[in-house]
Design a binder for this molecule. Structure first.
Ligand SMILES: *[C@@H]1O[C@H](CO)[C@@H](O)[C@H](O)[C@H]1NC(C)=O
Ligand SMILES: *[C@@H]1O[C@H](CO)[C@@H](O)[C@H](O)[C@H]1NC(C)=O
Ligand SMILES: [Zn+2]
Length: 503
């Protein structure tokens, strides 16, 4: 507004501010839900990452939503009557959406649980996560099990949590049961093509997946697949590999060669042909979780995409940060499936991510009780698999990606926009007008040591593969639907985030 033209016009913002003041003073959010006791305020920064690029300016937030985005030169508010949180040079980005986390609640809360897992998420700038249907007990494979999940999440989550349901032989062969699970609000399904290690989550064959795809097409929800299969000639240790060598990562690597991923993906892309226009599963979508093999498996996915199949793929920061050759003997914190492969494969994964052939990133945060990792014995063949990383995916992606010149926009695409699209979260994933105010504020140049003094919020810090490293990119603040849920080491005292069900 041009100032000084008329007295009334200069007074107008003042009057409006009063109106807003009285408006929001009546509806102050519970200060227990947010560390910022306002529900109408601005976040200002020199680096706000929007779908239209990174701008210097301010974002206006009211009642949990983003109501305007203004470039610095057009931003005129009355400082007396406006709450502005100015983050200066720090980066203001859409909150991360982690489409692959195992919080193990209910039933295995000694592994993680909703409160600790979502506190770690908040401290890491993750504002929404989609919980995997295993390793909770029961697994989320039925309507009843989903109800237990939602009950367990209510009042206990510091960031929003959606749920994948499990596709298992029992419901793949029973359309009623599958429809009930989808009707109850899972955002999509997840299945395993190898044994999952969890008794009530049996593996599916490609025949089961084929049977479920038309149902998923009708519901327009994705199927996520753990793509490894056991073949007779694969993964067999020769005597000379010996169990004596079970402390060596290379022994474990031999038990899960890239050919296992390749064979699974080969089967899957014969099914995704049907997702094309006119196919029996038109409207269905297949998403390959945690791709590790950046060679033939990746080429198969690229080919399928090129011919128009509805297929996407994610990888995880641990495949981009670590190389098999560098994993110390006996350090079972690094055991995961598919395994971390060699350094040359890691470079190819980066190429694929930067080139757009890998669509998005996820944590695959998968903790267990420390005893199950057998850290003393260091036996890679016997230790429970799974990498614990939820709080560190932002700094890990940034730290290891900086040398490839990754941009804030790329981070927002891999960690917010594309994951929101996969999970069907239409009002999340971008700093855009009308979206929920899910925002992370972080400082790219701030480095920190992940040592025993560092406040780690996952239940079992000792099993995180990132402990002991130095990372760059410190999260300063995290907002979930306008609530400041985390600020410089502190969490809001109440868990006011919400379970998300498909509507
Ligand atoms: C299919 O699932 C429904 C719902 O869970 C169940 O009532 C029904 O008995 C099942 N049918 C068969 C053949 O198992
Ligand atoms: C991006 O810019 C266009 C044109 O200026 C505008 O219409 C659109 O609303 C902007 N989108 C966002 C998310 O800011
Ligand atoms: Zn997983």
């Amino acid at each position: 507004m041009e100032s000084g033209k008329r007295g009334f016009l200069t007074l107008l913002p003042l009057l409006l501010s009063f109106l807003f003041y009285f408006d929001f003073s009546k509806k102050l959010p519970s200060s227990d839900c947010s560390l910022l006791p306002h529900n109408h305020y601005w976040i200002a920064s020199k680096h706000i990452v929007t779908p239209n690029g990174t701008i210097s300016g301010a974002v206006e937030i009211k009642q949990g939503g983003i109501i305007s985005i203004v470039a610095e030169e057009n931003w005129h508010v009355n400082p007396w009557f406006t709450t502005v949180v100015n983050y200066g040079e720090a980066v203001v980005m859409p909150g991360f959406i982690d489409v692959h986390a195992h919080l193990d609640d209910p039933g295995r809360t000694e592994w993680e649980g909703f409160p600790s897992g979502t506190k770690a998420a908040a401290a890491g700038g993750v504002t929404t996560l989609i919980d995997m249907p295993l390793n909770s007990a029961p697994s989320t494979v039925s309507e009843e099990a989903l109800k237990l999940k939602v009950q367990a999440a209510e009042g206990r989550v510091y960031v929003d949590v959606g749920f994948w349901g499990g596709l298992v032989p029992e419901n793949a062969e029973n359309a009623t049961s599958l429809e009930r699970l989808l009707d109850a609000g899972v955002l999509g399904l997840k299945s395993f093509m190898v044994p999952s290690g969890i008794n009530d989550f049996p593996m599916t064959t490609s025949a089961h997946i084929k049977e479920a795809l038309p149902t998923l097409a009708r519901y327009k929800r994705p199927l996520l697949v753990h793509a490894e299969v056991l073949l007779d000639h694969d993964g067999k240790l020769e005597p000379e590999d010996g169990v004596d060598n079970a402390r060596s990562y290379s022994t474990y690597l031999k038990t899960r060669p890239a050919s296992m991923e390749e064979a699974a993906i080969n089967q899957l892309i014969t099914l995704t042909k049907e997702t094309r226009a006119g196919g029996s599963a038109e409207g269905a979508h297949l998403h390959i979780v945690h791709l590790s093999d950046a060679r033939t498996s990746l080429n198969l996915i690229k080919e399928a995409k090129r011919r128009g199949d509805s297929i996407t793929v994610e990888t995880c920061p641990h495949y981009l940060a670590f190389a098999a050759e560098d994993i110390p003997d006996g350090d079972t914190r690094f055991k995961c499936a598919p395994p971390i492969r060699d350094a040359a494969n890691k470079e190819k994964l980066w190429d694929a991510l930067l080139g757009g052939d890998i669509d998005m990133l996820s944590s695959d945060h998968s903790p267990a009780e420390p005893e199950m990792k057998l850290l003393d014995e260091g036996n890679f063949l016997k230790a429970w698999g799974g990498i614990s990383s939820l709080q560190f995916v932002l700094p890990a992606t940034w730290t290891y990606g900086r040398k490839y010149g990754i941009t804030f926009e790329q981070l927002a695409s891999w960690w917010s926009e594309k994951p929101a699209k996969l999970a069907g979260l239409n009002t999340k994933g971008a700093i855009a007008i009308g979206n929920q105010a899910d925002i992370v504020v972080w400082e790219p140049d701030l480095e920190f040591d992940l040592d025993n003094d560092y406040p780690v919020h996952v239940k079992h810090p000792s099993i995180s593969a990132y402990m002991g490293s130095r990372l760059a990119g410190k999260v300063l603040a995290t907002f979930v639907r306008g609530n400041l849920v985390y600020k410089e080491g502190n969490h809001a005292s109440l868990a006011c985030a919400l379970p998300i069900l498909h509507r």
